[in-house]
Design a protein around this ligand. Structure first.
Ligand code: CAA
Length: 261
């Protein structure tokens, strides 16, 4: 891998997009390597992922403008599909993904963060969809996910004006959950990831699936999705252990890690 770093620390893994000279811009090779990295995550042991960018300045400064500059219509569409396929893999990845946005999150950078379950950022983060200033539309899910996250009115304003917003505004409109200093950001992401990883893994995965799939259908269908995933947790060792632990009145007991089965 030239542009992706992958580290595992217990049940938490970190993916770093590592193309600092180009502010971690996404070219085809970065997308291919990210795709391969996701395919190789050991889901028996890893329970939460953190996605970040290398360096102190940029999370991801977008899709690679140099690579896109000479594309034909058909190639442009194929490039959009390549990005969308990887981002959809991230969005539907079985375990939660936290975007630790450590600087510029523009175009494809904002879009990849929106494919993650949770976004937190540093106080130097800048979000935006500058594509119309380049003569294109957002092409890695921005026209779809931004409106779903912050509402159609705010998404249209950001996309039509191509105006970037700073971390405090991203927090105000609900694009990120929290803002930290650059120094604090990774520790906070790791703390959140560890907090997620200590909970029952099958239950956490089923929550992600229920929320994601439920948002795509009407409420009558959504609650059926929830019922099935709720039922699916019963008879697991994690459910038996979690409930038995609660019901055991022994005050000296110590909670064991969940087994993921
Ligand atoms: N693609 C390719 N290269 C990029 C890039 C991108 N998206 N963003 C930055 N770079 C490169 C620059 O070309 C520069 O390379 P050189 O050193 O070889 O010249 C290097 O990264 C450093 O960038 P700058 O010198 O521009 O750094 P700066 O601090 O002056 O500006 C910035 C930072 C405001 C983020 C600026 O780099 C910028 O505006 N980048 C482009 C942001 C953008 O428009 N992103 C959207 C891309 S379109 C897209 O993503 C489509 C989609 O939805 C799929």
């Amino acid at each position: 891998m030239e542009y992706i770093l992958y580290e595992v620390n217990g049940a938490v893994a970190k993916i770093t997009i590592n193309r600092e000279k180009a502010l971690n811009a996404l070219n085809s090779q970065v997308l291919d390597e990210l795709n391969a990295t996701l395919d190789a995550v050991d889901l028996d042991t890893v329970r939460c992922l953190i996605l970040t960018g290398a360096g102190q300045k940029s999370f991801v400064a977008g899709a690679d403008i140099g690579e896109m500059s000479t594309l034909t219509k058909a190639e442009g569409e194929a490039f959009g599909k390549k990005g969308n396929d990887v981002f959809r893999k991230l969005e539907t990845f079985p375990i939660p993904v936290i975007a630790a946005v450590n600087g510029f999150a523009l175009g494809g950078g904002c879009e990849i963060s929106m494919s993650c379950d949770i976004r937190i950022c540093s106080d130097n983060a800048v979000f935006g969809q500058p594509e119309v200033g380049l003569g294109i539309t957002p092409g890695f899910g921005g026209t779809q996910r931004l409106a779903r996250l912050v509402g159609a009115g705010m998404a249209k304003q950001m996309i039509y004006t191509a105006r970037n917003i700073k971390a405090d505004e991203a927090l105000r409109i609900g694009l990120v959950n929290a803002v930290y200093t650059q120094e604090e950001l990774m520790a906070q992401a790791e703390k959140m990831a560890a907090g997620i990883a200590k909970n029952a893994p099958i239950a956490v995965r089923n929550c992600k699936k229920a929320i994601n799939e439920g948002l795509d259908v009407d409420m009558d269908q959504a609650i059926v999705i929830e019922e099935k995933l709720f039922g699916d947790c019963f008879e697991t060792e994690d459910q038996k252990y979690g409930m038995a632990f609660f019901l055991d009145k022994n005050k000296e007991k110590v909670k064991e890690p969940f087994k993921n089965c």
